[in-house]
Ligand binder design. Structure first.
Ligand code: DNO
Ligand code: MN
Length: 357
């Protein structure tokens, strides 16, 4: 296991590499370069300057999260071919600088989605929060505006350019079935996996967050059977998973440890996000601290499944709460994610040292 921390780059992240380096037991970062518009080739200059900074700070950068997939690929438009060529070029460039794993998602229109970014907890901290009933009373425009307005920082996967023509993009999905979306997904994977195999990169898909459909748009990566279908699209270790405990775990029907065990044994889990959620009702949850007793997921069992079934995975804490007066990108603070790392590393040490039965 390699413990990492998501970092948005020198300009975009208020958290510095020096901060990250001081978190005990953190080997490197999961790198994001969200300033590069979706669909553009990531240049060697851009990649090398980013990775040099990370390495000079004494940290590794072997994972990128994310290289986002252009909407035309998800929609299966004729222009997808040129976007796939660009995506392959980006992968070749990343591999040349030592990147081994690339996280991405295949969620149409929206990346992760919440109804509140600063939900106040009893102890004065704030967290990300989701209430499906509330969402159903909103239009997609309402939620996009509220989300972008309430954060002083750009949000990963929420590029304003991509959401500019929301009505137009949404309309193109109205008649699309999950199987049609999956066909477009297969086309994308068939286009990129040969390059991944050639350059030694493993693609890992991040599950839909939350783990159900929103606004009637098809979503195809949020259950065990969905994940099995993804694995079956292209049979290669380069077609693997990033198991996000909080995203899959937002739906109590998903057994996260069992998913880690199953796909871990198949050699198809190359990355994991480990975080906790607290169920508040049907399709209603808040993001708790990482501690098992604060949420509804059992972090010990999740870490044990990683330890026993996919111990080479890169992992990171996922979203954290805002605590101790920290101001920053919702979900991506320093303090609570650092606490998460310390706790997860503690669980790992205990699991590792426990006598085997
Ligand atoms: C949510 C986050 C996501 C994730 C992207 C990957 O749980 O981890 O923002 O990074 O969906 O493409
Ligand atoms: Mn995640």
């Amino acid at each position: 296991m390699k413990m990492t921390f998501r970092w948005y780059g020198p300009e975009a992240d208020p958290i510095t590499l020096e901060n990250i380096r001081q978190i005990p037991g953190t080997s490197g970062i999961m790198g994001a370069m969200d300033w590069i518009p979706v669909g553009e080739v990531w240049s060697n200059e851009e990649i090398s300057s980013y990775i040099r900074k990370v390495n000079e700070a004494g940290l590794e950068c072997e994972v990128i999260e994310s290289v986002n997939v252009h909407e035309d690929i998800k929609l299966g438009k004729p222009s997808r071919d040129s976007y796939i060529i660009s995506y392959c070029k980006t992968l070749e460039n990343l591999a040349a600088y030592g990147i081994k794993v690339v996280v991405y998602n295949f969620m149409p229109v929206f990346d992760w989605l919440r109804t509140e970014l600063f939900h106040r907890n009893g102890d004065g901290s704030t967290c990300l929060y989701y209430d499906h009933e509330e969402l159903e009373g909103l239009t997609p425009q309402d939620i996009v505006k509220a989300t972008l307005d309430s954060s002083a920082f750009p949000l990963p996967g929420w590029e304003p350019e991509r959401l500019a023509d929301l009505d137009g993009v949404m309309a193109q999905y109205t008649d699309m079935t999950p199987d049609q979306l999956r066909d477009n997904y297969r086309y994308f994977l068939e286009g990129i996996i040969p390059t991944c195999e050639k350059v030694g990169i493993r693609m890992v898909v991040h599950p839909d967050d939350p783990a159900w459909d929103i606004f009637g748009i098809p979503r195809i990566v949020h259950s065990d059977s969905d994940l099995q279908k993804v694995i079956d699209l292209v049979n290669s270790p380069a077609n693997s998973l990033c198991v996000c405990a909080g995203s899959l775990g937002s739906n109590p029907d998903n057994n996260v440890p069992a998913i880690l065990e199953k796909y871990g044994d198949m050699g198809r889990v190359a990355a994991a996000h480990v975080r906790n959620v607290k169920f508040l009702g049907s399709k209603k949850f808040k993001e708790a601290s990482h501690l098992s007793s604060d949420g509804s997921l059992d972090m010990y069992t999740i870490m044990k499944a990683i330890h026993d079934h996919c111990s080479n995975a890169y992992i990171r804490p996922d979203h954290g709460r805002m605590i101790w007066g920290e101001v920053g990108r919702p979900g991506y603070p320093l303090y609570d994610r650092a606490l998460g790392i310390t706790y997860l590393n503690g669980l790992w040490e205990a699991i590792d040292k426990a006598p085997t039965q």
